[in-house]
Design a protein around this ligand. Structure first.
Ligand SMILES: O=P(O)(O)OC[C@H]1O[C@H](OP(=O)(O)OP(=O)(O)O)[C@H](O)[C@@H]1O
Ligand SMILES: Nc1nc2[nH]cnc2c(=O)[nH]1
Length: 179
């Protein structure tokens, strides 16, 4: 895909995202009030979403990061998820909320949640900004979803294309100029 020969179509604007994050932040705060919450954010894609989401919480929270990788520079999952960097903290006694930018095939989230369960937390749930259920290869139904989106490769707000565009403050899809 040569991105210069494409049209950018905004799918979730900055305003859409900001409004939805306020709702999600409240919902999650209410669900975990008086519980010990540990957010585990999956780098690299979720760094923008996590930073904005946790600032909407009105409860205390611990935050750590794992680096996972399965797409490389392409638009299709390699099918195998790598944990490039694991978290160091002991999760016993904590309710874990895994935060990621997108669930597509579901392979990353399933793999990470199964991995974190071996660390004996009280519970493991997940929150994703974008859910693309049409693409699922494994059974997973995210607990908190910002937006359910169609089967399109999306970019921006943390999501990359060829290692670029993560800093664009909204989510967009790329389509052919002559469409
Ligand atoms: O549901 P899946 O098909 O597994 O896809 C979702 C994963 O793909 C992307 O990560 P990627 O492996 O591209 O690494 P990145 O976070 O560095 O962008 C994205 O950030 C999710 O973690
Ligand atoms: N940038 C990007 N990464 C992904 N990883 C899984 N699905 C997607 C997607 O639609 N866009």
């Amino acid at each position: 895909m040569d991105i210069d020969k494409k049209v950018w179509e905004v799918l979730c604007s900055e305003e859409d995202i900001s409004n939805r994050l306020k709702e999600l932040g409240q919902e999650i705060s209410d669900a975990y009030r008086d519980k010990k919450l540990y957010v585990v954010s999956l780098l690299r894609g979720s760094f923008v979403f996590t930073a904005d989401l946790v600032r909407k919480f009105d409860i205390p929270v611990k935050i750590d990061f794992m680096t996972t990788s399965s797409y490389g520079h392409g638009t299709e999952s390699s099918g195998s998820v790598k944990i490039v960097n694991d978290i160091k903290e002991n999760l016993e006694d904590y309710h874990v909320l895994v935060v990621d930018d997108i669930t597509d095939s579901g392979l990353t989230m399933k793999y990470v949640m199964d991995h974190l369960k071996t660390k004996n937390p009280v519970s493991v749930k997940c929150c994703v900004l974008l859910d693309k259920p049409e693409r699922r290869k494994v059974e997973i139904d995210p607990d908190y979803v910002g937006f359910t989106i169609p089967d399109k490769f999306v970019v921006g707000y943390g999501l990359n294309y060829g290692d670029y565009y993560r800093n664009i403050p909204y989510v967009f899809v790329v389509t052919d100029k002559d469409r």
